[in-house]
Design a binder for this molecule. Structure first.
Ligand code: 26Y
Length: 820
C-alpha cells in the first residue's frame, strides 16, 4: 500500500525516521533504548538502501527496454570508501536524515564514522576504478563494474615499535548492508587438466578442455548511484564457492572429508586481496583469481547479450570492455575460448569480435611491474588458454614479419611469449594485441609509453594509442569530505560546480578579496583543528593547527620518495640544533600509507619516519617548530579527514616513474598547494593552476634518464653537500635508533652507493623549494590567494571529464536518462 511505499522510498525527515525505527525493529530486532551503534548504523544503511533500490530497479528496467551500449569495467581492485555518506549525498537527503536521527538523539556523524570501508584494492588503481564508477553513474552512462569480492581486503596496518605490522581486514565481520547476493547468477569456473581434440557429427574438429577442478562464481551486487540522477549502475563482484555436486565421486566413495577440503579450497580463490602493487611472479592463486573473475564476468556479459536476442557476432556492439591494467588481460584469450569452444564460432569471426571488444589501460612504466606468468604455471592452470595464446601469437607475429621483414629482434621483443628461458606469457603484450585502444593515465605517461615500454606496438599501431588523464570525483573528495568548503563554494558560485567544475574558475575573481580570503582560511582552519583532534586521539601527539600542515599520503615506495621528505625534516632539525634561535615556519609533517608486506625497503622507510618522529617530537629544542606524525592505516575514510586539512601536498616521485597520481588532485581540489616534480599528472596540474601557484623542483624525466646513463655517482653528491652529509650521517650514526647504527644502514648505504631514484640529485633543489614554500606560507594573503587559485583551476581533474573522454574516444557510449 501507499504506507509501505513511503516507508521504503520517502525522502522527508518523517519518512526517514519512521523507516529507521522500522528497520531497527524488524531487521536488527532492537528498540531504540537498547540499540548499539552498530544496530543504528545498520538500520540507517538499510533505510538508505531501500531508497536506492527503487532507482536501481528503474534503471535495470530502462536498460532492459532500451538495450543501450554498455561499458564493462574489469578491475581486480575497487576502493569505493564508505558508502553511507556518499549515498546520502547523491540522494540529496543528508539534511533530513540528520534531523530525523537528531530527533531520536542520534548523531549522524557517529554512524558515518562507524562504517567499515571495503578495502578491496591497494591504492591508486583501485580508487580510480571507484571514481570511474561514480562518474559513469553521474553521467548516466550504462555500465557494470566487475571485480572480486575479497573476503579480506587490504591488511590493516598497525605501527608497533615504529614498524609496520599487518593484521587481517575482516571487513565483513558485522555483515555488509550494501550488497545483494544473487545466488541465481552463478557460473562454472574450470581450472587445470588437459585438452583433447574432438570431432562433431559433421566431422568438424573442435577442442574439449577437461579440467581437473570446477567451482562456481556467485554474483554479489552493490548499487552505485549517480549524483542528482536516478541512474544506479552495478558493481558486480564475484565470490567463489564449491560447485554444487561436482565432487560426487568423493562423496560416493564416502570421502566426505575430501569433499569438504575441496570446498574450502575453492573458497580460497576470493579469500584475500594480494597486498602488493607490483607483481610477484609465479603466484598461482593470483592467476586463479584473475581468471576467476574474468570468466565469470564474460559469461555474464554473454548471458546478458543473449537476452537481447542479438547474435554473438554483435557482442562488441553491445559491450565495450575496459581492462584496468593487465590484471584482467586473460579476458582476451577467455573470450576467444568462449566464442570458439563454447559457442562454435569460427576463429576469424571470434577474433573480429574480441579485438573490437577490449581496450587496455596501462598504469605503470616500471618494467619490473609488467605482469608475466611462467609458462609451466600457466599451462598447469589454463592449458586451453595457453593454446589459444600461441595461436593468437602466431598470427600476430606473422603480421609483424610482414611489416618488418628480417627484423627478428623486433619479433622477439614483441612476442606475447618471452622465449628466454624460463619462458613467460607477457600479459601487457596480450592486452595490446587483443585491444582496439591502449591508453596511459596522464599526458607524460602516455608519451613515455609510446617511447619506451610499448614503443614497438606504437610503431605497429599508432592509431590505437591514446591518453586519458586521470581524475577524481569531486562528490566524494570535495562535497562529502569537505562540507565547509562546499558550502562556501556554493554560496559564492551557486550549486553547479560539483557537476560542472569549470564553474570554479569564477573563484579567480575572489582570490584577492580580503573578506573571502578570511572565510577561506576559516574553512581550512576548521579542518586542521578536526585533524589535530583525531591525531591527538589516535596517535597521542598534539599538533598546532597554526603550523603548516605538510602532508604525504600514498603507498610507501622508493620511487615515491617519502625518504626525501624525511631528509628535509632532518635538515630542518639539524638547522635548529645548530642555530637554536632559527626563525622558521612551524611545520607539522604528516605521513600516511602502507608498505607491501614483502617490500623490506618500504618497511624500513616507515621505520625511519617513525624513528625521526619519535626524536623530533620529544626534543624541546625544536618544540613549537617541528612535529612529525605517521597516521596509521591510511584509507579512503582517513583521506576524507586528511585532504581538506592539508596546506602542502608532497608529490615527490622521481620524474618518469609515477604514471599519474590521483592524491595530488584530491589535495589540490581542497586548497592545498603542491610541492612536486614534473611527473605524472603533476605536470598537468601545474599547467592548469599556473607555475606561480605550484612549488616545482627536481630533474625532468629526460634529465633522470640522462643522469643515470652518464654514470650517476650519489657518493660524490653526498661528499660535496655538507648539509646533506650532515643529515645522512646523523641517520647513520644511530641518532634516531637509540644509538643502533645497523637499523638504517641498508637505507643509508643504498642512498649513498646506488640511489636509483635520485634522491641525492634532487635534494638541494627540494630543500630550496621547501624553503620558498615555508616563506610563502608566512605571507598568509599570498598563500590564501594561491590556494584559492588552485581550487579555481582544478576543474579538469574531475573524473567526469576523464569518463566523458573515455566515452567519446574509446567506448562510444552515450548517456541515457532514467525516470522513476
Ligand atoms: C600485479 C598486482 C600485484 C598489482 C596490483 C596493484 C600491480 C599493480 C597494482 C596497482 C597499481 C597502481 O595503483 N598504480 C597506480 O595507478 C594510479 C591510477 O592510474 C596512478 O595514478 C598511479 O600513478 C599508479 O601508480
Amino acid at each position: 500500500g501507499t504506507n509501505r511505499e513511503t516507508i521504503r522510498t520517502g525522502l522527508s525527515e518523517e519518512s526517514i525516521r519512521a523507516a529507521f525505527l522500522d528497520n531497527l525493529f524488524y531487521l536488527q530486532g532492537r528498540f531504540p533504548e537498547v540499540a548499539t551503534l552498530n544496530d543504528q548504523y545498520k538500520a540507517l544503511a538499510y533505510t538508505v538502501r531501500d531508497r536506492l533500490l527503487h532507482r536501481w530497479v528503474a534503471t535495470t528496467r530502462a536498460y532492459q527496454k532500451a538495450n543501450p551500449r554498455t561499458v564493462c569495467y574489469l578491475s581486480a581492485e575497487y576502493l569505493p570508501g564508505p558508502f553511507l555518506g556518499n549515498n546520502l549525498l547523491n540522494l540529496g537527503i543528508e539534511e533530513p536524515t540528520r534531523r530525523a536521527l537528531a530527533g531520536l538523539g542520534i548523531e549522524l556523524d557517529a554512524l558515518l564514522e562507524h562504517e567499515e570501508e571495503p578495502g578491496l584494492g591497494n591504492g591508486g588503481l583501485g580508487r580510480l576504478a571507484a571514481c570511474f564508477m561514480d562518474s559513469l553513474a553521474t553521467l548516466q552512462v550504462p555500465a557494470i563494474g566487475y571485480g572480486i569480492r575479497y573476503e579480506f581486503g587490504i591488511f590493516d596496518q598497525v605501527i608497533r615499535d615504529g614498524g609496520q605490522v599487518e593484521t587481517t581486514d575482516n571487513w565483513l565481520r558485522f555483515g555488509n548492508p550494501w550488497e545483494v547476493r544473487r545466488p541465481a547468477i552463478a557460473y562454472d569456473v574450470r581450472i587445470g587438466g588437459y585438452t583433447e581434440q574432438t570431432t562433431d557429427a559433421q566431422g568438424r574438429f573442435g577442442v574439449r578442455w577437461v579440467p581437473n577442478e570446477v567451482f562456481n562464481g556467485i554474483a554479489v551486487d552493490t548499487a552505485i548511484l549517480g549524483h542528482g540522477v536516478n541512474t544506479v549502475n552495478l558493481l558486480r563482484l564475484w565470490t567463489a564457492e564449491a560447485a554444487e555436486g561436482f565432487d560426487f565421486h568423493a562423496f560416493n566413495r564416502g570421502d566426505y572429508y575430501g569433499a569438504v577440503v575441496r570446498e574450502v579450497r575453492s573458497e580460497t580463490i576470493s579469500k584475500v586481496l594480494y597486498p602488493n602493487d607490483e607483481p610477484e611472479i609465479g603466484k598461482r592463486l593470483r592467476l586463479l583469481q584473475q581468471y576467476f573473475f574474468v570468466t565469470c564476468s564474460l559469461q555474464d556479459m554473454i548471458r546478458i547479450h543473449r537476452t537481447t536476442g542479438q547474435p554473438l557476432d554483435k557482442f562488441h556492439e553491445k559491450f565495450s570492455v575496459q581492462l584496468n591494467d593487465t590484471h584482467p588481460a586473460i579476458a582476451v584469450a577467455e573470450l576467444m575460448r568462449l566464442l570458439v569452444d563454447e559457442h562454435q564460432m569460427g576463429w576469424d569471426a571470434a577474433w573480429e569480435v574480441t579485438r573490437h571488444t577490449f581496450a587496455y589501460t596501462n598504469h605503470t612504466l616500471l618494467p619490473e611491474a609488467l605482469e608475466k606468468w611462467p609458462i609451466p604455471l600457466f599451462q598447469n592452470v589454463l592449458p586451453r588458454h595457453l593454446e589459444i595464446i600461441y595461436e593468437i601469437n602466431a598470427r600476430f607475429l606473422d603480421e609483424v614479419r610482414l611489416r618488418h621483414p628480417f627484423d627478428t629482434a623486433r619479433v622477439q621483443r614483441m612476442s606475447i611469449i618471452d622465449e628466454a628461458p624460463p619462458r613467460f606469457v607477457r600479459m601487457a603484450h596480450l592486452a595490446c594485441v587483443g585491444s582496439f585502444a591502449i591508453n596511459g593515465v596522464a599526458e607524460l605517461h602516455s608519451r613515455l609509453l609510446k617511447e619506451t615500454v610499448l614503443r614497438d606496438f606504437f610503431e605497429l599501431w599508432p592509431e590505437k594509442f591514446q591518453n586519458k588523464t586521470n581524475g577524481v570525483t569531486p562528490r566524494r573528495f570535495v562535497m562529502l569530505s569537505n562540507p565547509g568548503l562546499s558550502r562556501l563554494l556554493t554560496r559564492t558560485l551557486g550549486a553547479g560546480w560539483a557537476r560542472d567544475p569549470s564553474q570554479l574558475r569564477v573563484l579567480e575573481r575572489h582570490a584577492d578579496d580580503a573578506a573571502f580570503q578570511q572565510e577561506w582560511r576559516e574553512v581550512k582552519r576548521s579542518r586542521k583543528e578536526a585533524l589535530a583532534a583525531r591525531i591527538l586521539d589516535r596517535c597521542n601527539v598534539s599538533i598546532d593547527p597554526d603550523s603548516l600542515f605538510d602532508v604525504q599520503a600514498k603507498r610507501i615506495h622508493e620511487y615515491k620518495r617519502q625518504h626525501l621528505n624525511v631528509l628535509h625534516i632532518v635538515t630542518l632539525y639539524n638547522r635548529i640544533k645548530f642555530n637554536p634561535g632559527l626563525d622558521i615556519t612551524p611545520r607539522t609533517f604528516i605521513f600516511g600509507g602502507k608498505a607491501a608486506p614483502g617490500y623490506a625497503m618500504a618497511k624500513l622507510m616507515i621505520r625511519l619516519i617513525n624513528a625521526v618522529a619519535d626524536v623530533v617530537n620529544r626534543d624541546p629544542d625544536v618544540a613549537g617548530r617541528l612535529r612529525v606524525v605517521f597516521l596509521p592505516n591510511f584509507s579512503v575514510k582517513l583521506g576524507h579527514g586528511l585532504y581538506p586539512a592539508a596546506d602542502l601536498s608532497e608529490q615527490l616521485s622521481t620524474a618518469g616513474k609515477e604514471a599519474s597520481g590521483t592524491g595530488n588532485m584530491k589535495f589540490s581540489m581542497n586548497g592545498a598547494l603542491t610541492i612536486g616534480t614534473l611527473d605524472g599528472a603533476n605536470v598537468e596540474i601545474r599547467e592548469e593552476v599556473g607555475a606561480d601557484n605550484f612549488f616545482l623542483f627536481g630533474l625532468t624525466a629526460e634529465e633522470v634518464v640522462r643522469t643515470l646513463a652518464e654514470g650517476y655517482r650519489p657518493w660524490d653528491i653526498y661528499n660535496a653537500n655538507l648539509e646533506l652529509k650532515g643529515v645522512i650521517d646523523l641517520i647513520a650514526s644511530g641518532h634516531f635508533s637509540h644509538g643502533d647504527r645497523t637499523v638504517f644502514q641498508p637505507l643509508v648505504d643504498h642512498l649513498v652507493w646506488h640511489d636509483n631514484y635520485l634522491l641525492l640529485a634532487d635534494y638541494a633543489g627540494y630543500i630550496a623549494c621547501q624553503e620558498q614554500a615555508g616563506l610563502t606560507y608566512r605571507d598568509s594573503r599570498q598563500w590564501t590567494r594561491m590556494s584559492i587559485l588552485n581550487v579555481a583551476r582544478m576543474g579538469k581533474f574531475s573524473s567526469d571529464r576523464t569518463i566523458a573522454e573515455y566515452c567519446r574516444d574509446i567506448w562510444r557510449a552515450e548517456p541515457m536518462a532514467v525516470d522513476v
